[in-house]
Design a binder for this molecule. Sequence first.
Ligand code: UDP
Ligand code: MG
Length: 326
Amino acid sequence: MSVVYFVVPCYNEEEVLPETIKRLTIKLFKLIESGKTSKKSRMLFVDDGSKDKTWELIEKFSKENKLVAGLKLSRNRGHQNALLAGLMEAKRHCDCAISLDADLQDDIEVLDQFIDKYQEGCEVVYGVRSSRKTDTSFKRGTARGYYKFMHMLGVDIVYDHADYRLMGSKALEALSHYKEVNLFLRGIVPLIGYRSDYVYYERNERFAGESKYPLKKMLKFAVDGITSFSVKPLKIISNVGIIICLLSVLFFIYAIVSYATGNSAAGWASTMCSIWFLGGLQMLCIGIVGTYVGKIYSEVKHRPRYIVEKLINDKKFGSEEPDKKK
Ligand code: UDP
Ligand code: MG
């Protein structure tokens, strides 16, 4: 029976926490009773440097409820970091971990399906919203546009999937090898590979408190997603530079013709030609520098170049000492 950890990042969530713990306890208890998960399964609440009573509540509940575990970060590090901290702690104890938000906007009734898919052999299970009824039309529109844009830039992310997902211990181990600081987990997880599947669910309203993702944080997150995964914007600069250089040739011809037919003021042709050509050349050069910067960027991230899933016949491949005499 597998040990399942629910990992819940919490930032100023005192209003929702008691209810969340109550509902999750009932759910986890049912899962344990029905023999789906081991008795060692836990809910791990990560306090992301909250300024309210979140940590006191986690401590209090952990004393009276043995399913509750807690992890406190020294200060607010943001949702993605808090989630990673929780997952890395869970990795030491669990067979698989499921991440979910403290406000239970993600329907916990589908948790069974996550675990079923894991037991069928999936290492990653993505929770996907089947509709976005509870979102404002602004959020729905921008989210749709954003996913499309990410795909255009060549980033492999799962459409309408946030951070409601199950990861098995192998996937968690692989995740620990991604050392990047600008975290965008929903971009990294598809890079890990392994067998994966989807679970569809309806997203509810936050039942208390306010969103901890104001527009400013959301925009930063969106920009992080693009700049951590795609160097295409840099390529676009080079391409625009090339196009402007080519256009400058056409302009050059036009200027000469104007000059020859006496249709231009003195000095106009030479000034215009240099503006166009130099503008294009500069942009192209920035693009070239950018290409190198992009390479440096991907090098410093030290992402794993591959992750081995299985190895057959490992004894044949020199687990014995090689014969030194030869
Ligand atoms: N959160 C966090 N640190 C932060 C901001 C948010 O740990 O700096 C947590 C928050 O407590 C919640 C989850 O991230 O469990 C998602 O936040 P929220 O529900 O406010 O986002 P929304 O659903 O509105 O996008
Ligand atoms: Mg929420």
